[in-house]
Design a protein. Sequence first.
Length: 460
Amino acid sequence: MQNGSISKLKQSLRGSVIERGDANFDEARALYNGMIDKHPLAIARCADAADVIAAVNFGRDNDLPIAIRAGGHNGPGLASVEDGLVIDLSAMRGVRVDPAKRRVRVGAGCVSGDVDHATHVFGQAVPFGIISTTGVAGLTLSGGHGYLSHQYGLAVDNLIEADVVLADGSFVTASETENPDLFWALRGGGGNFGVVTSFVFRTNPASTVYGGPIIFDIADAGTVMRWYREFQASAPDEFYIFLGLNAVPPGDPFPKEHWGKKMCVLLVSHNGPTADGEKAVNAIRAELPKPIIDWAAPMPYLALQSLFDGLYPKGLQWYWKGDFVKTLPDAAIEAHLANAAKMPSAISGMHLYPIDGAVHRHKTDETAWNCRDATWSMVIVGVDPDPKKAPALKKWAQDYWAAVHPFDLVGAYPNFMMDDEGDARLKASFGDNYPRLAALKKRYDPANLFHVNQNIRPAA
Ligand SMILES: Cc1cc2nc3c(=O)[nH]c(=O)nc-3n(C[C@H](O)[C@H](O)[C@H](O)COP(=O)(O)OP(=O)(O)OC[C@H]3O[C@@H](n4cnc5c(N)ncnc54)[C@H](O)[C@@H]3O)c2cc1C
């Protein structure tokens, strides 16, 4: 790659190009996961779709590996690439809400907090994830589940339209009526088909929720988990409860006597009339052991969405292992408890996120996102600020996963996968949809220009 060529890219962008040697290079290449340390050749910080077209054409014509970056939250750091070009969308953060039509147009660099903030004032929301600094683009393109998913489905189930720059540099819109095949593939197929420059989502009623954490002593975790597996099946639409095996964070606002204690947490969200929410949560309180902390209460949906942002700032060491889970037999619960007991840090943990309600009301071939017959999306995360702990975080997550995996389904949520999982795992996650995805990859990106991702190879 000639420096002269990078100057050419600079001239064609309204945004900036950050290169090795630039004062802000290290800050610009840093990803959310501090375990990842990639040195791209250049970072094209795009200002608009025209910049994205220029960057895609430049990367392709110069044979550079291309990574696409939105929120930069991806576990294995697929938003960057060694010695290649990062198409960085993080400056494209415009949001326009149409409250009457219940739609929101979202720039590809938005984090979910940007959109939540803009829609909340109208009492509306799109189902995104549980941390407000996660990028909308990466989360959505591989599915996107969160507190509103039981009621309103995945982020992809609320996607109406996307503008996309394809591998040949052309710009298209994908929706049910325009390029419907591409639209199907974008709803779960990740960054394989092009660079999305903006999304249009349906918004849904969400304002004050009755929600928050209810924390139990780890001694009661088995009881809570057995209750949870039964509750889940009959939970009303408004209710979303995810379960965690974690430790009480050692800091404010948690009571000092509980700091560092292993715990089982129910993260509750009831998105309906507050009185109904309180009644519903009181009913589960009556069925469960006495919690050590109970902070479930009426709160703005916006507050629930950012409840954990402070616990998980950018730059921590993260190692992820996931699975889709259908049932939680007693033996699986025992394996969970045995491995959670060995948690290597105060902010590591295991979460079970419900996949049910509105998510189950779509057919498995309706979108590329296939695993709609799962009951939970499980993630095990080893997390700590100290880079020296990285091997221990990784080993714990891998051992934990190996112990519970025999009880789980074969595939995992691609957004919870690292880059060392192998093709078979990804194929299993897409199930019967994989051949169609591979055929569409061949149509839209035959040379696999967009391969720095959970890669779907073009059909032979
Ligand atoms: C703390 C934390 C909490 C999380 N919680 C949840 C949760 O509650 N629910 C959930 O579903 N997931 C959750 N996730 C997982 C999250 O969905 C993934 O990490 C996702 O990849 C993040 O999206 P991003 O835009 O930040 O990613 P990036 O790292 O920027 O991008 C990831 C990949 O997405 C693709 N991509 C990104 N932008 C585009 C684009 N515009 N066009 C085409 N391809 C693109 C590329 O392939 C890229 O490699 C969480 C992650 C973290 C770190």
